[in-house]
Design a protein around this ligand. Structure first.
Ligand SMILES: Nc1ncnc2c1ncn2[C@@H]1O[C@H](COP(=O)(O)OP(=O)(O)OP(=O)(O)O)[C@@H](O)[C@H]1O
Ligand SMILES: [Mg+2]
Length: 148
C-alpha cells in the first residue's frame, strides 16, 4: 500500500473538526477521486499526505513510513518525492515551458546549477520533451497542468 490512513482525525486550533476518524488505503498505481462539498476536509486530507498538516489523532504511512513520526529534517525529502498539481496553477504566458519551470525554481531559491540540471529532467519526467520552447498558449489544457 502506498498511502495508509488509520483512524485519522484533524481538529484545527480554532475548534473546527476537519476530519473525523478517517481510515483509507491507496495502492500504487491506483487512480483516486476525492469528492465532497466545500469544507468537507479534502484539502486537509491531501495536506496531511505531505505533512503540511499533522493529524490530531491517528497514523499516516507513505510507502510504509510513518509521516507523523518522521523527523522534521526528513520532510523536504518526502516532499521532493511527491508530485501534487494544485488547482490554482499559474503559468507565465510570455515565458516558454523551460522558462516557466526555471522561474518557479528561482522563486523558491534554487541554485542556477540545480536549475540547469533539473529543468530538462522535469520536462522529460512529465513527457513534454520537444516542447521546451513552446509557450503555454501553444499547449493543451492537460499539458499546461503538468507542473506543480
Ligand atoms: N488552517 C485552518 N485552520 C482552521 N480551520 C481550517 C483550516 N483549514 C481548513 N479549515 C477548516 O476545516 C474544514 C475543512 O477544510 P478543507 O480546506 O479541508 O475543505 P475542502 O474539502 O478542501 O473544501 P473546498 O472544497 O472548499 O476546497 C473547513 O471547515 C475549514 O474552514
Ligand atoms: Mg480544498
Amino acid at each position: 500500500m502506498l498511502v495508509q490512513f488509520y483512524n485519522v482525525s484533524k481538529l484545527y486550533p480554532n475548534g473546527v473538526k476537519a476530519l473525523d476518524d478517517v481510515s483509507m488505503q491507496i495502492d500504487r498505481g491506483e487512480f483516486v477521486f476525492l469528492m465532497g462539498s466545500s469544507g468537507a476536509g479534502k484539502s486537509t486530507l491531501v495536506k496531511m499526505i505531505f505533512r503540511e498538516e499533522l493529524p490530531t489523532r491517528g497514523q499516516i504511512f507513505l510507502a510504509s513510513r510513518s509521516v507523523v513520526r518522521m523527523k522534521r529534517s526528513e520532510v523536504p525529502k518526502l516532499r521532493r518525492n511527491i508530485g501534487i498539481v494544485f488547482q490554482d496553477f499559474k503559468l507565465l504566458e510570455n515565458k516558454t515551458v523551460m522558462e516557466n519551470i526555471a522561474f518557479a525554481m528561482e522563486v523558491v531559491g534554487a541554485r542556477p546549477k540545480d536549475i540547469r540540471e533539473r529543468v530538462p529532467e522535469v520536462i522529460n519526467m512529465v513527457g513534454l520533451k520537444g516542447r521546451e520552447k513552446s509557450f503555454p498558449g501553444q499547449l493543451s489544457g492537460g499539458e499546461q497542468q503538468r507542473w506543480v
